[in-house]
Ligand binder design. Structure first.
Ligand SMILES: Cc1cc2nc3c(=O)[nH]c(=O)nc-3n(C[C@H](O)[C@H](O)[C@H](O)COP(=O)(O)OP(=O)(O)OC[C@H]3O[C@@H](n4cnc5c(N)ncnc54)[C@H](O)[C@@H]3O)c2cc1C
Length: 298
């Protein structure tokens, strides 16, 4: 019996991938909402300022996309992403990077560059559907007994506590607003110094702030103001805030996912950073390989 601690994006993908590989799995989650409950679920293959594709994004998404599609509900919403130009220098930078980002390039216009291959995953609903599938396939939730292995998927909470020795992290708090903007009719995800995701019915998700000092999950006045500024950088229409959430991105070295084994402690799967949706299914699969190699070499 393998015990998976934590059921955010990491734990859910690890548990399902282990189960699909034939392992008996038990999940223990402390019930506190992690960052997967607040994540906007954005999948942007070319996020960031420098037109740099995310690390191994094509390989990771080639695992993740079918993984999400195979669930009882496909919760991924494909959507064009318009990366607006900042200025002329920004546009020149894009031209230099053009060959590298070609796979995701749909159109270049005076407004910016349109990417295809992106969209957003409904993360809170994913956790519900994943739990249902895990239980329907014989997974255990809670329970007692000595597991053969433990896999710690505790996100930023585990990094901040120092569950594993010598894992330096630079986790970052983020805040997100859901707003109503009547009559805007923007159908693309917009991205520049932040992003806006159209949800339908005049509702949009907007984010996100970055804060490295105050690592709790409480929404703040300053965070809200920062995200409102992001929204104003995309539209001057009036808006109404209908939800405001905060969470902490688990960030380890270079924002890449990490699988680690420490004797006496077990396995750790963490460091999904701000791109958990892209990386979690593949890191789950990698963990299965590591476990099976370790068991064969015993
Ligand atoms: C504001 C914000 C916006 C984001 N937007 C995006 C986005 O658009 N796209 C994207 O891909 N990613 C986004 N992310 C990043 C994404 O949220 C993370 O990469 C991902 O959720 C991390 O998942 P996790 O499972 O590692 O951690 P978590 O989701 O935090 O899950 C950890 C789980 O472990 C549980 N736990 C902790 N300690 C214990 C314990 N001792 N025993 C049992 N259970 C325990 C917690 O309760 C929790 O359920 C965003 C993050 C933030 C904060």
């Amino acid at each position: 019996m393998i015990e998976v601690l934590g059921f955010g994006l990491a734990g859910a993908c690890v548990a399902l991938q282990l189960q699909r590989a034939g392992y008996a799995v038990r999940v223990v989650d402390d019930g506190r909402p992690g960052s997967s409950n607040v994540a906007a679920g954005l999948v942007n293959p070319v996020a960031g300022r420098n037109f740099e594709p995310s690390w191994e994004v094509a390989e990771a998404w080639a695992v993740a996309r079918p993984f999400y599609a195979d669930l009882a509900e496909d919760l991924f919403h494909p959507m064009p992403i318009l990366r607006l130009w900042r200025d002329e220098q920004d546009r020149a930078k894009f031209e230099r990077k053009r060959p590298v980002v070609e796979p995701w390039l749909a159109k270049v216009s005076a407004e910016g560059v349109l990417w295809h291959g992106g969209g957003w995953l409904d993360c809170p609903r994913f956790l519900e559907v994943a739990k249902r599938e895990f239980l329907a396939n014989g997974g255990e939730w809670g329970g007692m007994g000595e597991p053969s292995e433990q896999v710690w998927c505790c996100g930023a909470a585990g990094l901040i506590r120092g569950d594993f020795e010598d894992v330096p992290h630079r986790s970052a708090k983020g805040e997100i607003l859901t707003v109503r903007v009547s009559g805007w009719e923007e159908y693309r995800i917009l991205n520049r110094n932040g992003w806006v995701i159209p949800l339908g019915d005049d509702r949009y998700r907007v984010g996100a702030s970055y804060e490295w000092e105050d690592l709790d999950s409480n929404p703040t006045v300053a965070g809200r103001a920062r995200v409102e500024d992001i929204l104003r950088s995309f539209t001057n229409r009036p808006f109404e805030v209908i939800d405001h959430v905060a969470g902490i991105r688990p960030i380890i070295h270079r924002s890449r996912p990490v699988i680690l084994y420490q004797k006496g402690r077990g396995w750790m799967v963490n460091g999904l950073g701000s791109k958990g949706v892209i990386y979690a299914p593949r890191v789950g699969l990698e963990l299965v390989k590591h476990l099976s190699q370790a068991q064969h070499s015993k």
